[in-house]
Design a protein around this ligand. Structure first.
Ligand code: ATP
Ligand code: MG
Length: 361
């Protein structure tokens, strides 16, 4: 069953924590709520969990309206950032506890606890107390505990953020694999874009209580619709157009560095006057000065700085005709197509491929 969030509003005093949020979460998918601190991720997750009353709107699971169902009757599994295991209970008892509350029989509980420990690969830790386990192990037990009663939804609020980088990466792969195996619809809150890109079927980018954009990791990276999304997911050069463009009522010609930039078809539907376009650092070509380029999307520039990082080199170039703008360029390996890494002070031709330029609102 899909989870359907309809026009949800939640206000704390004058703060609109959720400002008319609507979203459909397909059955069996893993969805990440991604956004900066205070954008409303936790509030939305808690509203879905039933831990937070909403002011208006609806939360539907299939045909069932859960908007006013108490948390304990929703049958959702929840895991929070800080280890929320009962400190005086062993791993096995932690997993069993929720099943005892649901009046499962002793035999059913024993079987289920073994299954869950096996699922998170911690059979050997059954009799340990939380304090005797690593952070990563504790979070895996917390996930096992959440999944034990067969919830219809798994809700994770920054479950990896207290762990160190290596464990984090291991565990995110493990959670993803486990989620696919169990096939449970899962919502995970994170403010880590790499985590969201690596794990999610769908990413929901939030800002100031509303959804900026929803899409697959590829869609959000390749077709960001706003400067905020472009900048929050990966790195993006945001080029404000030359003054001439803004003055034009039609906004059809995109002047930049005294050139008229051409965009490909997927960008051509813009109706409002365009004031900025974006391009990823790795999409830009640097060519020797005065080299001929097939299309018109190129202009002379000077290398302002270059950093060699092994797998990539990161350069900053400044267009001759737009000295106010620094464009970040990333090249794979040490060299460009001519086999030479441009050096600081070099004159180059910057080429912005039409299919890599994005109109941003
Ligand atoms: N119980 C509360 N009382 C008053 N204001 C709250 C409460 N909970 C959240 N807020 C406010 O609502 C907004 C959204 O908070 P929320 O916790 O959902 O953000 P978040 O995206 O989870 O941030 P973080 O990444 O820091 O966890 C913030 O402005 C926050 O201060
Ligand atoms: Mg939060």
């Amino acid at each position: 069953m899909d989870l359907n969030i309809q026009n949800v509003i939640k206000q704390y005093g004058s703060v609109k924590a959720l400002d008319n949020v609507s979203l459909n979460i397909p059955h069996g998918s893993l969805v990440c709520f991604l956004g900066p601190s205070g954008c409303g991720k936790t509030t939305l997750l808690r509203a879905v969990a039933g831990l937070e009353d909403i002011d208006s709107g609806k939360i539907m699971l299939g045909d069932a309206d859960l908007s006013h169902t108490p948390a304990r009757s929703r049958n959702f599994g929840v895991v929070f950032q800080s280890y929320s295991l009962f400190p005086h209970m062993t791993a096995a008892r932690n997993i069993a506890y929720g099943l005892e509350c649901r009046s499962w029989t002793k035999a059913q509980i024993a079987t289920r606890v073994r299954e869950m420990l096996d699922l998170v690969h911690l059979d050997s830790q059954a009799e340990k107390l939380p304090a005797q386990m690593s952070g990563g192990q504790q979070q895996r037990i917390a996930i096992a505990r959440a999944l034990a009663p067969n919830p219809s939804l798994l809700l994770l609020d920054e479950p990896l953020s207290a762990l160190d980088a290596k464990v984090r990466e291991e565990l995110r792969n493990e959670i993803r694999a486990l989620q696919k195996r169990v096939g449970i619809t899962t919502i995970m809150v994170t403010h880590d874009q790499e985590e969201a890109l690596a794990m999610a079927d769908v990413i929901v980018v939030m800002k100031d209580g509303h959804i900026e954009q929803t899409g697959t990791p590829q869609m959000l990276y390749q077709q960001p619709q706003t400067s905020f999304v472009a900048d929050f997911i990966g790195r993006m050069n945001i080029l404000t157009l030359d003054k001439a463009t803004e003055d034009k009522a039609t906004g059809n010609d995109l002047h930049f560095a005294d050139k008229i930039l051409k965009l490909d078809h997927s960008n051509s539907g813009h109706t409002a006057p365009v004031s900025k376009v974006g391009i990823r650092p790795e999409s830009i070509n640097l060519l020797p000065a005065a080299q001929a380029v097939a299309d018109d999307n190129h202009f002379p520039a000077i290398i302002r700085s270059q950093i060699y990082l092994g797998h990539i080199s990161r350069l900053e170039v400044v267009p001759d005709k737009r000295p106010d703008i620094k464009i970040s360029v990333e090249m794979h390996g040490a060299a460009n197509k001519t086999g030479v890494l441009p050096q600081t002070g070099d004159a180059v031709t910057v080429h912005l491929p039409a299919d890599a330029l994005r109109v941003l609102s």
